[in-house]
Structure formats: C-alpha cells, structure tokens
Design a protein around this ligand. Structure first.
Ligand code: NAD
Ligand code: UD1
Length: 338
C-alpha cells in the first residue's frame, strides 16, 4: 500500500488508473488544474471507488502548491500524467508545450525533491520513436521525434533518467504508451476529446452516434495488409493495470526503467472499423481521404519488457475496446443502445 499523487488526476488515463490503484489498496491523491478535465470527474470516481480521496486544484508549475500537497498527504510516489497532448497544437504553439510539459515536469520534480519524494512514474508516448525502422518496436529502438509534443516527452524522459542516474530520484518508470482507447466498463468515466476528435476511436464513436456523417480514412495506399495505417491500440484499463504494476515495481526496487505499453498487435483502420461494427451493430460509413501529414504507415510495440519487468501484459482485445468505447460515447450522447 502506498500514498500516490496522480498529476492530471482528473484526466482520461489517470482517472482509469485511479480505479485500479484504489482497488489494489493504494491511497490516491489527485492533482489537476482542470484545464482539460470535467469538473465532476472526482465525484464520479468517488462513486466508482466507493471512497473519498483528496483532490487538489493546482497547476503542476506551482512548486509551493504541489509541495504543500505532497507534504500534507505524505505522498510516497507520483504518477505524472499532467500534460498537453495534441500534436497539431504543439506545432502551432511550441512554447506553450515546453512550458507545461517540460517546465511543468521540472517544477514537479523540484517540489518532489523539496519533500523527499523520490519515486516517479511518467506518461511518455510511443511518439518518441517517430518513424520506426520496423515493428515490433523495442525500447532500444532509435528515438526520432518528429514534432514538438514528442520532443517534450523525450526531454522529460531524459530529465527523469538523469535524476535517477545522479541519485536524485531513487526509482522511476518512463512508460511509452501506444494508442490508448476504450473506457471503464461501467461507462462512468471515459475520454472526452475537445472539439473534433483527432484520434481514430473517438471519431468512430461519434460517427456511430450520428454526430459525424462518416469516417475519413486517411490513406488506403500504405504498405500494410489492407493499405490503411496500422497501430497498436491498447485498452485504457490494461494501461491502468500496467501503471499499478509499474508503481509497485518502483516502490519495491530502486531502478529506472523505460518500458513500452502496447499489446504487440498491429491493427489497421479498416480492422478497427470492422471490429467496431461487429461489436456494436452500428455501421460506420467511410470516406477514403488523402494521407494525413506526419502519419506513419505502421507501428506496434514489442511488449516483452513490460512482461519481464512488471509481469504485465494486455488482456483485453479490440472487441472489448470497441464495446467499452461505444458504451461510454452512447451514454454521453444519450443514445439508447440497449
Ligand atoms: P488528459 O488531457 O485527459 O489528461 C491530462 C490531465 O492533466 C487533464 O485532466 C488536465 O486538466 C491536466 N493538466 C493539464 N495541464 C496541467 C497543469 N499545468 N497542471 C495540472 N494539471 C494539468 O490526457 P490523457 O489522455 O489522460 O493523457 C495523460 C498523459 O498521457 C499525458 O501526459 C499524455 O501526454 C500521455 N499520453 C497520452 C496518450 C493518449 O493517446 N491519450 C498517448 C500517449 C501518452
Ligand atoms: C496520434 C499522434 C501521436 C499521439 C497519438 C495519441 C499524430 C501525427 N500522431 O497518433 O503523436 O501519441 O495520436 O494516441 O497526430 N485515422 C483515420 N481517420 C481519422 C483519425 C485517424 O484514418 O479520423 C487513422 C490515422 O491515419 C492512423 C490511425 O487512424 O493511421 C490512428 O490515428 P490516431 O488515433 O490519430 O493515432 P496516431 O496517428 O497513432
């Protein structure tokens, strides 16, 4: 059992992680500035978990506020989710991304150091690999960031590795997520993209509700099994379980690890659409569109390190991801799908 602070605690991945941590007996403290989270997420989480948890409304760049929260709640480890995550926005406003993602991480690490909190799990991204030579991708593959968002993730990983190497952190896990999708099986929490979704699964679910007329398939002439882009979609609850195991690993061992979190299975756009239609009985009209700038044809994880180090592997398949993503979106959009 540990007392853990989740920065960005009201966000998509953190809120799902909170349910698993709580089930496993950990005490959770949420810190969020609610810049990209709905105000009632903590209340919904309390309902799901069945107990109270401290919620601190603060910015990760506010060293005094974060420091005070770490001290007040006797926090032993931090899982650092808080960040901005839109690739296009990062290219439009690099300094905003450096400020929140990199300066924010530095301020958080300063607050942790001031309070003697020396263990961190960090939300990194497979985007650090950029254009990979081949898939499956191992953690020792070259990192070739292709956008500002990816740069902020790689820099933060490097900062954390440096602090671990110099003994300023006792233990750290940089977790490189592949493509998180889906929602808690209760449909009480899930992903709430702002505006038009950039990512595939939320777009599909909004076509299914009728909010959008069709899905643009960005390219069907890639060198993949059906010409459409291949990715490694991972159920957010599998990701949540990985965080719990990563946390428990770094509480028990003074180590610094960098680990992929994916299923190891490559799924194309058309594969995902087919699975969604089968899982939900909804039809998704398609429009074949030009390739999206900056897209990679195919990438998926080699998840062997996570299995060897944390004893973790993804258990949920794309049917579960589609069903749970749909249940969440249908509930939010008031679609009666019983
Ligand atoms: P999210 O936007 O739902 O969650 C981030 C949370 O951080 C939000 O609740 C937001 O209000 C909060 N936040 C933002 N800036 C803050 C600040 N300055 N101070 C305090 N709180 C702040 O995003 P998510 O999808 O849950 O992503 C969580 C983490 O995982 C991010 O670091 C993201 O870069 C990373 N990641 C996400 C994906 C993905 O596809 N969702 C993939 C790879 C990595
Ligand atoms: C995108 C980001 C990546 C980020 C990840 C988070 C870019 C270039 N990359 O990756 O940095 O870490 O989201 O999950 O933005 N697709 C369609 N139609 C759509 C939407 C997507 O065909 O409306 C296709 C894409 O071309 C791609 C696949 O679906 O082949 C997945 O796209 P997406 O969900 O945006 O994820 P990534 O491109 O992997």
């Amino acid at each position: 059992m540990a007392r853990v602070m989740l920065t960005g605690g009201a966000g998509y991945i953190a809120s799902h992680t909170a349910t698993v941590l709580s089930e496993r007996g950990h005490e959770i403290v949420l810190l969020d500035n609610f810049s990209n989270a709905e105000r009632d997420v903590p209340a919904r989480l309390r309902g799901l978990i069945g107990r109270e948890m401290p919620v601190i409304e603060a910015d990760i760049r506010d060293v005094d506020a974060v420091s005070a929260a770490l001290a007040a709640h006797k926090v032993e480890a931090v899982i650092h989710f808080a960040a901005l995550k839109a690739v296009g926005e990062s290219e439009a406003d690099p300094l905003l991304y450096y400020d929140i993602n990199i300066i924010g991480a530095i301020r958080l690490l300063q607050a942790m150091q001031a309070q003697g909190v020396a263990r961190i799990v960090f939300s990194s991204s497979a985007t650090v690999y950029g254009q990979p030579d081949a898939s499956p991708i191992r953690e020792d593959a070259p990192t070739r960031v292709q956008n500002i968002y990816g740069r902020t993730k790689l820099v933060t990983e490097d900062l954390i590795r440096d602090l671990a190497r110099t003994g300023k952190l006792r233990a750290a896990a940089n977790l490189r997520y592949f493509n998180p999708v889906g929602a808690h099986a209760s449909a009480v929490i899930g992903e709430t993209p702002r505006g038009v979704p950039n990512n595939l699964m939320p777009y599909i679910t909004q076509v299914a509700t009728g909010e959008r007329p069709y899905l643009n398939v960005y390219g069907n002439d890639y060198e993949t099994h059906d010409g459409t882009g291949v990715r490694d979609y991972i159920h957010v609850m599998d990701l949540a379980e990985a965080h719990a195991l990563a946390l428990e690993h770094i509480l028990a061992n003074d180590v610094a690890v960098t680990v992929n979190l994916g299923t190891g299975i490559g799924v194309s756009v058309l594969d995902l659409v087919g699975a969604f239609e089968r899982a939900t009985g909804r039809r998704i009209p398609l429009n074949i569109a030009p390739r999206r700038a900056g897209d990679v044809a195919s990438y998926y994880a080699d998840p062997a390190a996570a299995a060897a180090i944390f004893g973790w592997r993804a258990r949920r398949g794309i049917d579960d991801m589609c069903r749970d993503a749909w249940a969440w979106q249908a509930r939010r959009s008031g679609v009666n799908d019983l």
